[in-house]
Structure formats: C-alpha cells, structure tokens
Write a protein that binds this ligand. Sequence first.
Ligand code: SF4
Length: 274
Amino acid sequence: MKHFLNFSFSQMKLQDYIECERRFELKYILQQAWPALRSEPVILIEKQMQLGKQFHLLAQQLFSGIPESDIAQQIDDINLLEWWQNFLPFALPLTKNDHYPEYKLSGRINNSPFIAVFDLLVITKENQFIIYDWKTSQKKQTRSELKEKIQSRLYPLLLAQAGKYIRRDAPAQPDSIEMVYWFTNYPNEPETFQYSENQYEIDIEYFTNLLNEISHKFESGFEKTENLRRCKFCQYRSYCERGDQAGLSEAVNEELWAEQIENLDIMQIGEIEF
Ligand code: SF4
C-alpha cells in the first residue's frame, strides 16, 4: 500500500471510486481543482447546499443540549422550518439515550487509514449502537440503493472495530449495530439496516479487496466510467470530454456537506482512534 502514504480513506472517496475510477484519481490523487460547475441551476444548488448544511448544524445543536426554542429562533427559511418540524418528533426521543453528534472515528482496514464522521451515534440502555445519518435531498433513494452505498457498509464496520474503545465494559458487537437513514422530506420513512457478524466478515473482505484493486490502478490506470449519466453531474466532465452541459443533481447538497465534513486531515480526527 505504498501509494496510500499520507492518504486517509472515507466513504465519500470510496463512493467516488466505485462510481468512477477516473474521478477518484482526479479528485483525490491528482487533487485537481474543479474545472466546471457541478450542476445547474447554480443558485438553486447553492441554496440546497446551504439548507442541508444549516439543517445538520441545527441537529448538531439539538444533540449538544441547546434548547429547541433557542434553535428555532435561528430558522428564517420556510423549507428549513418544515424540515425542523418534521425532525423534532423523531429526534427528541433519541436524546433520552446516550448520544454523540458529529461523532468522529478513525481506524485502519488492511493497514490503510480510514475516517468517518457520523451525524449522530446513539447508545441505548440495551446497549444497541445506532448510527444516524440525515438526508436532505428532494428525492429519496431506494432501500436497495442505500444498502449498496459504501457508507452503509463502512460506518458499521468502523464502529464494530472501534467498539471496545467506546464502551470498555460493553463493547459494540456487529450484531448490536444499526445504521438508520432519516429523510427531511420523508420523515415517516426512515430506512434501518441491522448489521451482523456475517456482514462484518463480508465487509472486511470487500474493503480489503477494494484497497488492493485501487493500489493496482496506479500501475494499470484509472478508467473513466462507462455510465455516461454519472458524467452529467460530474465537475470533471471537461477533463474527460464528456460534455459541457450541466445536469441537475438532487443529491448535490448532501455530497457537498459530506465533502466538507470529511475534508479533514486525519490528525483532526481525535475523538476515537483505533
Ligand atoms: S466526467 Fe465522467 S469519466 Fe470523467 S471523471 Fe467525471 S464521471 Fe468520471
């Protein structure tokens, strides 16, 4: 793994890799600046991004103990207010458990460093470890799409590995971990994925193979995706001669939030390292 010196993996980076090897190379290996707008209309996307970011910050405040009445006074956007009103009935019961907003983990898989930042980690009285992720896009991804996401596999795996460092008396076991996606626009349709010992073993092998594959790409080359739809929303399309016409990506606000939150040097991830 000599290529990955000083490189930390995250769900965002690996998601980029499996969607397009070339994008992974341009973005994270060559660190190319964005040559093109990611999607249009720009003002709408900018607003979506801001709302997504604001929502995550409000949620973080709630789980940090700031009274809801103080938080509500900061909201001056009708869409954000609607999301917030959707969120409270779901979120408030969670505060009765041990809860940790913007929970940061760093660890290693096959000796390569990984980082993760959970929107929220809840540990129940029954010692269930539940990872929550807030989704603010207009369109809800299907359950099968969510299940296939790198995030759905990587976060529980890292939590299982870190388990004994979080609760020394009752460490997290794969069977006691859940991943829950909650949607601002679909508040009554959260998606829950129970983790397991079997899935943990499968995922260790999956990520080990993925890292080996990426390592070999430094010799064989990073290929452009054959799925041209992915190029439509990609900021590197002018590098790849995949057209200048921008598309409207409904997931862009979440992607940009995830990029911001993950755009941390591994040295900044200090809460739990294992
Ligand atoms: S434009 Fe297409 S081929 Fe090029 S990096 Fe983006 S997704 Fe990959």
